[in-house]
Design a protein around this ligand. Structure first.
Ligand code: PHE
Length: 536
């Protein structure tokens, strides 16, 4: 093959799905496999052989400087490294991962307000301060497989966790178990729909046979009575028990009394159910065993620790006719500069706006366009696992209408001596309300809310705590961003190279606030760079 012809072949192979992906779709077309997931990745990593097979061996040492050692930056170096690119990551912090951060005993944080916390969590206790749950569809799981990061189930939905709505008088502001809320809401909705169907209200939409089948479905779905009893919902053991069934003559006592239809609707509990229908939030979900940061540490190891320069704060990015240059301050405060063929800025847009550059006013304006979302989390380590021993809650989440938003029970360490809850995980104004306070007052505020759900032990059993306000965290400055528009010129501009400079991160994806977004954005930039190098 001539060099030109083989290069063309290569470019064609990059453009289409390779390997298993292609085989799978072909099988799908032949009816031999189920239709692949809509999000199935068609990604082909760069390979060393791309260069040797096309007689371009000299090119595989191309130098790439990456700003930011979060998931996007790490993934960029990892993927380009597969083909032998010479990557270096400049990371301002002293660890990899960015927002993927697991807090353990000894972890410290000094925020933008100059407040320092040092976590004193016991051995084995941790909180995932950033990402904490992985859906099955996300490419993050593929990286875990490839990197050997072991997974366990993360419980995002638990029938025994509560829904707590104190602003609705209907259920007297009392916490309701998810199972109870579902039994009642499904029960009453089934009763109403069965009655309406039976009374002929839906005759325009349903045949006689449809009506019969619909009613059969509703009787099953809502555990309602038959026609003779007016399809009434009167409660069922799906609500749970106040006395558990047991040996001999103990039949158990079903939890009662059943609230009225009006109270169930008025309480708003039903509006929580759709959370678990969400594409990204549906069970099963997963977490790395021992902490989410197993992912960045595995990536850093695979890349080579010597390729990551910690404590390196980028000051300036210059696009040059034949490459790019980065000026940065190293960990000792010395100003250094480094040249490369390409620069990938894998930092949040808010951080990038303060790095000097010669990429033009449009880039500066576009970087200011996405809006930072404040996000906060607190980890509360308890001396006992009272949620398990006293309340039979093993993992899962209690959503509330208070400013703490949600309480998360740990999906690890079951039946152990101690355990660490997430005492708030909130966004926007609620996150700001907490971050305005010093740490001790954040905890006080969160605990005062939690006591209303779980009682005094929520205060008395508490031992240690740690809080993070992502919008007040150096080099990060938000939980994630929101774009006023992702179809406008700003988003398009930042998804293209600016000379020899590229941008990457979850903020440049349609899966913002998930590691999947960061990984896929990195893959896109890696493919763009590799195609450019191969075509040059
Ligand atoms: N991925 C984050 C989470 O699961 C943020 C997020 C929340 C993203 C809700 C989308 C929807 O908490």
């Amino acid at each position: 093959m001539t060099q030109e012809a083989s290069r063309r072949n290569f470019l064609r192979s990059v453009g289409v799905a390779g390997g298993a992906g292609m085989l799978y779709s072909a099988m799908g077309a032949l009816g031999l496999a189920p239709v692949p997931d809509a999000r199935a990745e068609e990604y082909r990593p760069p390979r060393k052989s791309d260069f040797t097979l096309t007689g371009q061996s000299g090119k595989n040492g191309r130098k790439v400087l990456i700003l930011g050692g979060g998931i996007a930056g790490l993934a960029t170096a990892y993927e380009l490294g597969k083909a032998g690119y010479d990557c270096r990551i400049l990371e301002a912090k002293d660890r990899p991962g960015g927002r993927n951060w697991t807090v353990r005993g000894g972890t410290t944080l000094t925020d933008l307000d100059g407040r320092t916390q040092t976590a004193s969590f016991s051995k084995g206790q941790y909180m995932n301060a950033g990402p904490a749950r992985l859906p099955q569809s996300h490419v993050t799981l593929e990286y875990c497989r490839e990197l050997g990061v072991p997974l366990e189930v993360f419980t995002n939905q638990n029938a025994n966790a509560y829904i707590y709505h104190e602003n609705s008088a209907a259920l007297a502001g009392k916490p309701v178990r998810w199972r109870t809320a579902k039994a009642d809401a499904y029960g009453y909705v089934s009763e109403l729909l069965a009655k309406a169907t039976d009374q002929g209200a839906l005759d325009k939409d349903l045949t006689a046979a449809d009506k019969e089948r619909l009613i059969a479905f509703l009787q099953n779905f809502g555990a309602i009575k038959g026609k003779a009893d007016g399809f009434a919902y009167t409660g069922s053991d799906r609500r749970g028990y106040s006395v558990e069934p047991g040996a001999a003559f103990e039949e158990g006592t079903v939890l009662g009394p059943v609230p009225s239809l009006s109270d169930v609707i008025g309480s708003g509990v039903g509006q929580r159910f759709s959370f678990e229908f969400g594409y990204d939030q549906a069970m099963l979900m997963f977490q790395p065993i021992g902490g989410m940061d197993a992912i960045p540490y595995a990536l850093a190891k695979a890349i080579g620790e010597d390729r990551i320069i910690y404590g390196a704060k980028a000051m300036e990015v210059k696009d040059l006719p034949d490459g790019a240059e980065v000026v940065y301050k190293d960990a000792t405060g010395r100003t250094r500069s480094s040249r490369a063929d390409f620069v990938v800025a894998a930092v949040p847009p808010m951080v990038m706006t303060r790095i000097k550059h010669n990429l033009g006013a449009d880039i500066t304006a576009a970087l200011k366009y996405p809006v930072a979302t404040p996000v906060g989390k607190v980890g509360l380590e308890y001396r006992s696992r009272w949620w398990e021993t006293d309340e039979h809650i093993y993992g899962g989440i209690t959503p509330t209408d208070t400013d703490l938003a949600t309480i998360w029970y740990p999906s690890y360490g079951y039946q152990g001596r101690r355990g660490t809850l997430i005492g708030y995980y909130n966004f926007g104004a609620n996150a700001v309300a907490y971050s305005d306070l010093p740490h001790a007052e954040r905890v006080q505020r969160a605990v005062s809310r939690g006591v209303k759900i779980h009682g005094e032990k929520y205060r008395t059993e508490l031992d240690r705590s740690f809080s993070v306000a992502w919008h007040r965290t150096p080099h990060i400055e938000a939980g994630w961003v929101g774009w006023p528009s992702q179809t406008g010129p700003e988003y398009k501009l930042l998804n293209k190279s600016a000379g020899h400079v590229y941008f990457a991160g979850d903020w440049l994806s349609h899966v913002i606030a998930w590691q999947h977004g960061a990984f896929t954005s990195a893959r896109k930039v890696v493919t763009d760079i590799h195609e450019r190098v191969m075509a040059a």
